[in-house]
Design a binder for this molecule. Structure first.
Ligand SMILES: Cc1cc2nc3c(=O)[nH]c(=O)nc-3n(C[C@H](O)[C@H](O)[C@H](O)COP(=O)(O)OP(=O)(O)OC[C@H]3O[C@@H](n4cnc5c(N)ncnc54)[C@H](O)[C@@H]3O)c2cc1C
Length: 1003
């Protein structure tokens, strides 16, 4: 039986992986969210809404009949001459006309540059074929350039020197040094002429998929520049740049898909991957939403070809357990920028340049291609748009800087974006003649990924940003093979030779992923070919020389400059004219070395600085923890009031396992409970208006990944005691919704800045809207509770409402007590006050009531609900103390809230209570004055000092020890009372596992 591979995502990477796998006899299923194949490379069908320049309408999945006319593009596609991987795949892809997809690539002959108020100038993008061409090449590039673009000989010399440095640097230096410097700094753009900054710093990076000169690493930009220059200078390659001869899907993606399907690939559309299941060793399935249905797909191996910002949130604890390095994806995920396409359909063709054009002065970093001149396979008349004669396809790469209308594109409407882009284009192209005229504009199409943001009024939202290579991020990029033996990564963020988010990078990543998979299954056939970037042999001695220097910790050798001039002259007579350039460069080269050394020194100075590690600062302290019984005195009724063991009322003879047994790993099962609940939870949020100011915010908050511990406790208890899973859904959803309401209000009361790894709601939308949203969550929670009447009947529903009533009041009383302590700066709070507070504020609603309510779902007559109280309390205390400690010593990325946030708030945690009782007199006096001030009047260094006092007085360690002691007591209570006599089941096992999980977690 062939090995079954599930490919997650059907863009260039996913399709490339499917291609390689199906040709090697694997069973391949591709799961793609959208209804169009190709990912970011796709074309998008559009329909003309008949209103002329008001724009095409997207034919989305909901539209039944698609009027198939000139398609839009997510962004225009160019294929530089150095691309090898994606081209190889295209050579192996039959196109609809009997040729290969690669035959649809058209070489371009020019790259155009436009400036405001200056004529467009063109440089050849093809290697000269005649001696006469050769003679004028450098003049074209360097000299003819100069008067138009104001570059001085010094500018050119400096740039040449930097380029030479890149060429002769070894790989190790590129990674070790140039990766940590921005292109802007590397080429010394600061303080140079405006022309230097515009053309040599920003101009080149702009043509590299949304890269920004100040942020992109010198290594990536330098590598790409080198590749482009070599294809430019190497006659055997022919072209630097290629474009397709028709809309992307027509001439490439659709024939490709049809080829893959003909070979047996199952490419399933409208499949949104929502979850990846893992048993801490292997991937065990993927949870997928298809329309309104949820399904799990199983395979032997999984190739994740999802974009970075989509895979990162799917990485869960179980996966991190199996491969901790996957955590880097979350760190890397914010490295995305906006780059999106906009097409103008014209009544007459306007071929500005035979290639792509960089509109260098445009505020929004526009580049464009006039497409119809290349579309020999698809003249526009074929689409029925008889009056459209030309198409200008524009990529908009800067959405943050203001346009001529004073606003960044992100803060415009779609229509305003179109108008402003049109204006910037006209200003760029219409130098002495009006080439681009309003009356020629037939219609326009803006990438539908760009739409009005629900969460941020007045802002646009982009559903598909693009990874950019920021400085020093290579170390975060993962390899295609992971430590999870059946998971492989294939997308444009994976480590590749190409090292740039492009179709070439995506294809190379897919090949690497497939090779990893082939190794894993010990495949005996050939591996996918992977090519390194072209490194000209003539420069090998210089690179070797530099490698030796790098190992000896010496800077790059500028004395090579003269030798280099000779060598380059030998390598290509075309560069004869470069000699004076290189000679001029020497002084700047020294400067480059200094800049790099300074950067290195600064970096090592930072890493040498001793970090503050409270665990190290603790020194020796008394670690003996308190006895939980002792600490509980007076907090809860004595144990005698509750049965310690005995028969537990069950709904049926045996626990009802439901239609699914579910996974066994603790975290996996926790996600599974949450996953099952999602439909009910989200389904209970109204879809009517107001979305932007209310229900959209509720949904946004609820779906952001909380752990879902409380509803899980409820569902697990119900199942363990023989209840039906679905019967627990309404009440579990109510508990979760209530919890979310508390969080929104809590954040306001505490003045917190971050929650679940994002900015808190009130910081985002303001306090009035956040308060109101929290109230709405409360109301929605009540609706859920009332709904329990349907599956459970009125008597059970009434008992549940009694439980909810108690849960609410207890929590609010607890919250009030704590807020009062903070407001009145109560310094008498001791550890038993703290425990009483935890019972009220946390234990009832987080632990005790979810279990009590779960038991009612299983048996509406259960008269012994109190058996959960002691267990829930002990668990709650262990949980809360762990939380208090994590707030002091956790990792902010994993913990999700701000570290030391409790200190900023002056919260009476057990750590603080302990320190108030144990610190010396001076420290206590200082603490009193610190705590007396409001949050805004506390300083970072004071918070640090408080942290040090807590550490010095042994309070943090003591608290950790206490949490462990409480956890032990909870485990005893679980077995001896709360769940005594309950038959073994995966749910019971999971409930037992809560104890360890809650105290051993790090987030
Ligand atoms: C405007 C623009 C212009 C560009 N121009 C060029 C160019 O000229 N030349 C070049 O080489 N590169 C260009 N690029 C970059 C190039 O398009 C991308 O790097 C490349 O297409 C990435 O391919 P991928 O398969 O890794 O990711 P994607 O193309 O992002 O594919 C991922 C797929 O996964 C799907 N998906 C996402 N989430 C889920 C989910 N939860 N469940 C199921 N499926 C999901 C997506 O729908 C998508 O189909 C451009 C990019 C942009 C944005």
């Amino acid at each position: 039986m062939p090995t079954r591979v599930i490919v997650l995502g059907g863009g260039v990477a996913g399709m490339s992986a499917a291609h390689e796998l199906i040709e090697r006899g694997f069973e391949v299923v591709v799961l793609e969210w959208r209804d169009i194949a190709g990912g970011k490379a796709r074309s998008i069908p559009v329909i003309d809404d008949g209103t002329g320049t008001s724009g095409h309408e997207r034919a989305d999945t909901g539209t039944k009949s698609i009027q198939h006319r000139l398609p839009g593009e997510h962004g225009f596609r160019f294929f530089p001459g150095f691309y090898k991987h994606v081209i190889d795949t295209m050579r192996r892809t039959p196109s609809f006309d009997g040729r290969q997809a690669s035959d649809h690539l058209m070489p371009t002959t020019r790259v155009g540059f436009t400036q405001y108020g200056k004529p467009t100038f063109l440089i050849p993008s093809i290697f000269p074929q005649k001696p006469a061409d050769a003679g004028t090449l450098l003049r074209d590039i360097l000299l003819t350039f100069s008067p138009v673009i104001d570059l001085t000989p010094d500018d050119l010399a400096l740039f040449g020197a930097r380029f030479w440095q890149i060429l002769t640097s070894c790989e190790e230096r590129r990674i070790g040094e140039y990766e940590r410097v921005g292109w802007w700094d590397f080429i010394g753009a600061e303080g140079r002429s405006a022309a230097y900054q515009k053309f040599l710093a920003a101009g080149f990076t702009r043509s590299l998929v949304a890269a920004k000169a100040r942020k992109a690493s010198a290594r990536t930009v330098g590598d790409m520049f080198e590749q482009m220059m070599f294809t430019f200078l190497n006659p055997t390659e022919g072209a630097t740049d290629r474009l397709l001869d028709g809309p992307t899907n027509f001439v490439w993606i659709d024939p490709w898909l049809s080829y893959l399907e003909s070979k047996g690939v199952r490419y399933l559309r409208d499949m949104k991957i929502e979850q990846i299941f893992c048993d801490k060793v292997r991937i065990t399935g993927v949870g997928v939403r298809h329309g309104k249905r949820r399904t799990v797909f199983y395979g032997d191996h999984y190739v994740a070809a999802l974009p970075l910002e989509r895979i990162a949130p799917l990485v869960n604890h179980q996966m991190l357990y199996a491969d901790p390095k996957l955590a880097d994806l979350r760190v890397l995920a914010p490295n995305v920028e906006w780059m999106n396409g906009l097409q103008f359909y014209l009544r007459r063709d306007l071929p500005i340049a035979h290639g792509h054009v960089i509109h260098i002065d445009t505020e929004w970093a526009l580049t464009s291609v006039s497409q119809v001149q290349f579309w020999r396979s698809m003249p526009p008349a074929d689409f029925g748009d008889s009056d459209v004669r030309g198409v200008i396809s524009v990529d908009v790469s800067d959405w943050d800087d203001p346009g001529s209308n004073g606003r960044p594109a992100m803060q415009c409407t779609r229509e305003e974006v179109m108008r402003e882009v049109w204006k910037q284009l006209k200003r760029s192209i219409n130098f002495d003649r009006e080439l681009l005229r309003d009356e020629d504009l037939h219609s326009w199409f803006l990438d539908p990924d760009i739409h009005a943001s629900r969460a941020y009024p007045r802002f646009l939202h982009n559903a598909e940003p693009l990874l950019v290579n920021l400085i020093d991020t290579w170390k975060l990029r993962p390899d295609a093979t992971t430590a999870i033996p059946n998971l492989f990564l294939a997308s444009d963020y994976v480590r590749t030779h190409t090292d740039l988010a492009t179709m070439e990078g995506a294809n190379e990543a897919a090949r690497r992923a497939v090779n990893g998979l082939l190794d894993a299954v010990k495949f005996t056939g050939p591996r996918c070919e992977v090519w390194p970037l072209q490194a000209p042999e003539v420069l090998a001695p210089w690179r070797l020389h530099d490698a030796a220097r790098y190992r000896a910790e010496l800077p790059w050798d500028d004395s090579l400059m003269q030798v280099a001039a000779q060598a380059i002259r030998g390598a290509s007579p075309l560069l004869e004219q470069a000699r004076p350039l290189l000679e001029k460069a020497t002084p700047f080269v020294n400067l480059a070395a200094e800049v790099l050394e300074a950067t290195d020194m600064a970096a090592s100075a930072v890493s040498d600085r001793p970090g503050f590690d409270p665990r190290i600062a603790l020194g020796s302290v008394d670690l003996s923890g308190p006895e939980p019984e002792q600490m509980m005195a007076g907090v809860l009724p004595r144990a005698g009031a509750m049965p310690l063991s005995g028969a537990v009322p069950l709904a049926g003879e045996a626990p009802f396992a439901g239609e699914a047994v579910g996974p066994t790993g603790f975290l996996e099962r926790l996600s599974w409970y949450r996953y099952m609940l999602t439909d009910t939870l989200v389904g209970g949020i109204p879809t009517r208006e107001p979305q932007r100011y209310l229900y959209g915010l509720v949904k946004d908050f609820v779906v952001r990944s909380g752990k879902g511990l409380r509803p899980a406790l409820c569902i697990a208890t119900a199942r363990a005691l023989g209840g039906r899973t679905e019967d627990a859904f309404p009440v579990a959803a109510g508990i979760e919704m209530l919890h979310n309401a508390f969080l929104v209000h809590d954040d306001i009361e505490d003045g917190s800045d971050s929650r679940r790894g994002a900015v808190t709601m009130h910081r985002r939308v303001g306090i009035p809207i956040a308060v109101n949203t929290g109230d709405a969550m409360n109301a929605l929670a009540m609706r859920f509770f009332r709904k329990s009447v349907e599956p459970l009947g009125p008597a059970a529903a009434l008992r549940i409402l009694d439980e909810v009533d108690h849960m609410l009041l207890q929590s609010l009383e607890g919250q009030a007590t704590e807020l009062g302590w903070v407001r009145d700066n109560d310094l008498t709070v001791g550890t038993d006050d703290y425990l009483r507070l935890v019972l009220k504020k946390t234990a009832w609603y987080s632990f005790i009531h979810p279990m009590r309510i779960g038991a009612l779902v299983a048996n509406a007559d259960d008269q012994n609900l109190d058996r959960f109280d002691r267990f829930g309390f002990l668990l709650g205390v262990a949980f809360q103390i762990t939380d208090d400690v994590l707030n002091l010593v956790g990792d902010v990325g994993r913990y999700g809230k701000e570290i030391d946030g409790d200190l900023w708030e002056g919260k009476r945690t057990i750590v603080l209570a302990h320190a108030l009782g144990h610190a010396d007199q001076a420290d206590r006096a200082w603490m009193a004055s610190f705590l007396a001030r409001p949050r805004e009047r506390r300083l970072p260094r004071e918070v640090l000092r408080l942290h040090q006092i807590l550490a010095r007085s042994g309070s943090i360690d003591w608290a950790q020890q206490s949490a462990a002691t409480f956890a032990e007591a909870a485990a005893r209570e679980f077995q001896g009372c709360a769940f005594a006599g309950v038959p073994e089941s995966p749910d019971l096992n999971w409930l037992r596992g809560c104890v360890d999980f809650l105290v051993q977690r790090d987030a």
